[in-house]
Design a protein around this ligand. Structure first.
Ligand SMILES: C[S@@+](CC[C@H](N)C(=O)[O-])C[C@H]1O[C@@H](n2cnc3c(N)ncnc32)[C@H](O)[C@@H]1O
Length: 199
């Protein structure tokens, strides 16, 4: 039986392999996702920044860019890839280590798939964003954790499936104005990208 690890343990183990997955991750939705970035932001924060796969472009468009992640190894790779990033190690499963109404742009790519309670993160997004601020994130239809390999170790990283209608109800509850871009492949969707504005 392959072990299912927590995000911290799993991504610390997998950090140096992750760049090998960039092309596959990019193929889900990168052009659509990047097109939804704001042109400029004073304060931008990326939740679950990972190794900074998409951070260079966000950092270039922001005066202040902060990347937060639970995995120190992923953060070390993020800072190498995008040196202007201010990094913070924190567990973001339940709350965000940020003040009220201080963020212009909050972004979370391939992050909700590791979060058990999206309602807590969306409530926190509503708290930390400035009025008019944007929260950009994606959902993927992953129902089973893929098996990963680092050296001789094989493992999975705990993940959760969130149905789009459920997440949309939470966005409505917090009065976000939101739009969704659905990226399809064959008969099904591979990514739903939510661009949510705090009212
Ligand atoms: C699939 S990776 C995505 C990385 C990056 N956003 C990207 O698009 O390539 C998920 C990231 O979320 C981080 N993560 C998962 N659960 C977390 C938590 N509870 N708090 C903070 N970061 C978490 C993981 O360590 C990992 O770096």
């Amino acid at each position: 039986m392959v072990k299912v690890l927590s995000s911290r343990e799993g991504y610390d183990l997998y950090a140096n392999e992750y760049a090998g997955d960039h092309r596959k991750l990019d193929s889900f939705d990168r052009p659509d996702f990047m097109q939804l970035l704001p042109d400029k932001a004073d304060v931008a924060v990326e939740l679950g920044i990972g190794d900074g796969r998409i951070s260079g472009e966000i950092a270039r468009r922001s005066e202040n860019f902060v990347g937060i992640d639970i995995s120190l190894k992923m953060l070390q790779n993020a800072i190498r890839r995008s040196p202007r990033t201010q990094i913070v190690q924190a567990d973001l499963a339940e709350n965000l280590p940020l003040g009220d109404e201080c963020v212009d742009f909050l972004v979370a790519a391939f992050y909700f798939v590791h979060i058990k309670n999206p309602d807590l993160i969306i409530a926190e997004a509503a708290r930390v964003l400035k009025p008019g601020g944007i929260f950009l994130f994606n959902l993927i239809p992953q129902r089973r954790e893929p098996e990963l390999k680092a050296g001789k170790q094989r493992f999975k990283i705990r993940s959760y499936y969130h149905s789009p209608p459920h997440v949309e109800k939470i966005l409505d509850y917090h009065w976000f104005n939101w739009d969704v871009t659905t990226v399809t492949e064959g008969k099904g969707w591979v990514s739903k990208i939510y661009r949510c504005q705090k009212t």
